[in-house]
Design a protein around this ligand. Structure first.
Ligand code: SF4
Length: 95
């Protein structure tokens, strides 16, 4: 399993989570921070640090934000892949 950063982080990117992650697996993309699921050790240290409650264990992620599993995992393909998915998600969820 992994932890997942969801929609509340978009355009916020507070960074408090980055400071506490023991394995430095939280990375900055264009409009959001993402957790690399390949690196996350599932320690949970980041979750209470987030001021906008954007971080969830994958099995507790609200259904409306399931797209963020893929958005975080896209970090494996690079920041550009994350940004493309965030742009697509924002387009689908505007208005
Ligand atoms: Fe880092 Fe732990 Fe959060 Fe995973 S759960 S992103 S290892 S602080």
């Amino acid at each position: 399993m992994t932890y997942v950063i969801a929609e509340p982080c978009i355009d916020v990117k507070d960074q408090a989570c980055v400071d506490v992650c023991p394995v430095d697996c939280i990375h900055e993309a264009g409009r959001i921070l993402v957790i690399d699921p390949e690196e996350c050790i599932d320690c949970g240290a980041c979750e209470p640090e987030c001021p906008v409650e954007a971080i969830f264990p994958e099995d507790a992620l609200p259904a409306k934000w399931q797209a963020f599993v893929g958005i975080n995992a896209a970090y494996g393909q690079g920041v550009d892949a994350v940004d493309a998915l965030v742009t697509a998600y924002s387009g689908e969820h505007s208005s």
